[in-house]
Design a binder for this molecule. Structure first.
Ligand code: AMP
Ligand code: MN
Ligand code: MN
Ligand code: MN
Length: 289
C-alpha cells in the first residue's frame, strides 16, 4: 500500500519514555502507523507487553533495544532491531548495564545531595517505570522537589554533559555492543548519526568503515534531529558502505518535548519500504523476521 509510514525508534516507561508499552502501541495504531519498533535504553522489559498489544491492534511490531557506546570522540547510540529471545550472554550484558546505571545514578544523587539537593533513589524511582532508571527521571524528581524550574534546566545546570553534577556511566565499546547484537541475530543500526555536534561527514565515514566490520547493517538516516542535508549525507554514506536505511522519531512521550510519534518535530515520514528492505535482507540471510 502506498504512503504507509512507520516509526522504528521509540521509548516507553520501561526506560525513559512516559507511555506504557501498551499505550505506546495503541497511540501508534491510532495514528495510523503501519509498524512500530520499541527501542528502550538497555532493556527488553517492555517488549512482550508491546508485542501483545500490537497483535491485538493489528499494527506490525519490531522488537528493539538502544545501547549507548563509548567512541573515541564521545557517545554514540546503536539500535538492535528484530531482537530474538535473549541469550544468556545478552541477559548478562543487560544486567551489567543496569548495575552500572544504578551505581552511576547513586553517585549523581550523592553529588546533588552535597550541593544541597538531597533526594532518595525511591523518590527518583517514583518518576520511572522502575526498570531502566536514568537522568530523565532524576530531572523529573529535581523538578518535583522544587530544585529546578524545569527538566531542561536540570540538564543544563546539573546533570547534562557539562552539568556540575554529571557522572558518566560505564558504556560498552562499539565493537562489544555491535558484536553482541549481531551475534544475537539482531539487525544492528547506527542511531541518529548526526545528532552529536562533534560528528563531521569525514568522521561519520570513518565510523561506518569501522563499525561495519563489527556487524553494523544499517544507518538511521531519518530521525527527528536530522535536517534534509543530514538525511542526504546518511543516504549517500549508506550507499557507499552498502548499509540499509532505517528511521524513527525517538519518541519519549511527555519526557521529551516537541517529538511526536511517527512525525518527529513535524516533518518526519519514514516510508514502509525501508522495513520491507530490512525484512528482505533478513530473509536472504535466513534470519528470523
Ligand atoms: P542516561 O541514559 O540515564 O544517562 O540518560 C540519558 C537520557 O537523557 C537520554 O536518553 C535522553 O533521553 C535524555 N537526555 C540527555 N541529554 C538531555 C538533555 N540535554 N535534555 C533533556 N534530555 C536529555
Ligand atoms: Mn532517552
Ligand atoms: Mn539515542
Ligand atoms: Mn532513543
Amino acid at each position: 500500500m502506498a504512503g504507509r509510514i512507520i516509526d522504528l525508534h521509540t521509548h516507553s516507561r520501561a526506560s525513559d519514555g512516559s507511555d506504557s508499552p501498551a499505550a505506546l502501541v495503541r497511540r501508534a495504531a491510532a495514528k495510523g502507523l503501519a509498524a512500530i519498533a520499541l527501542t528502550d535504553h538497555d532493556t527488553l522489559a517492555g517488549l512482550d507487553e508491546a508485542e501483545e498489544e500490537a497483535a491485538a491492534t493489528g499494527i506490525e511490531f519490531i522488537r528493539g533495544i538502544e545501547l549507548a557506546v563509548q567512541d573515541e570522540f564521545g557517545e554514540l547510540h546503536i539500535l538492535g532491531l528484530f531482537m530474538p529471545e535473549p541469550s544468556e550472554r545478552m541477559l548478562a550484558a543487560i544486567d551489567t548495564l543496569q548495575r552500572n546505571r544504578r551505581s552511576r545514578n547513586q553517585a549523581m544523587l550523592d553529588v546533588l545531595a552535597a550541593m544541597g539537593m538531597p533526594m532518595s533513589m525511591d523518590e527518583v524511582r517514583e518518576h520511572s517505570g522502575k526498570v531502566a532508571i536514568g537522568r530523565p527521571h532524576i530531572a523529573l524528581a529535581m523538578k518535583s522537589k522544587g530544585y529546578v524550574p524545569s527538566r531542561k534546566e536540570a540538564f543544563e545546570r546539573y546533570i547534562g554533559w557539562n552539568g556540575s553534577a554529571f557522572v558518566p556511566r560505564t558504556l560498552l565499546s562499539p565493537s562489544e555492543a555491535i558484536r553482541l547484537l549481531r551475534d544475537e541475530g539482531a539487525t544492528v543500526v547506527l542511531a541518529h548519526p548526526c545528532l552529536s555536534k562533534r560528528m563531521t561527514p569525514g568522521r561519520l565515514d570513518a565510523v561506518l568503515t569501522e563499525f561495519r566490520q563489527y556487524g553494523l547493517r544499517a544507518i538511521e538516516a531519518y530521525h527527528s534531529s536530522h535536517d534534509p542535508e543530514q538525511v542526504r549525507l546518511c543516504i549517500a554514506l549508506a550507499d557507499k558502505h552498502d548499509l540499509l536505511l532505517t528511521g524513527g522519531s525517538d519518541y519519549h512521550g511527555s519526557n521529551k518535548d516537541g517529538i511526536a510519534l511517527g512525525a518527529g518535530t513535524g516533518q518526519l515520514r519514514v516510508p514502509y519500504i525501508l522495513l520491507e528492505k530490512l525484512r528482505e535482507y533478513r530473509r536472504s540471510r535466513g534470519l528470523p523476521l
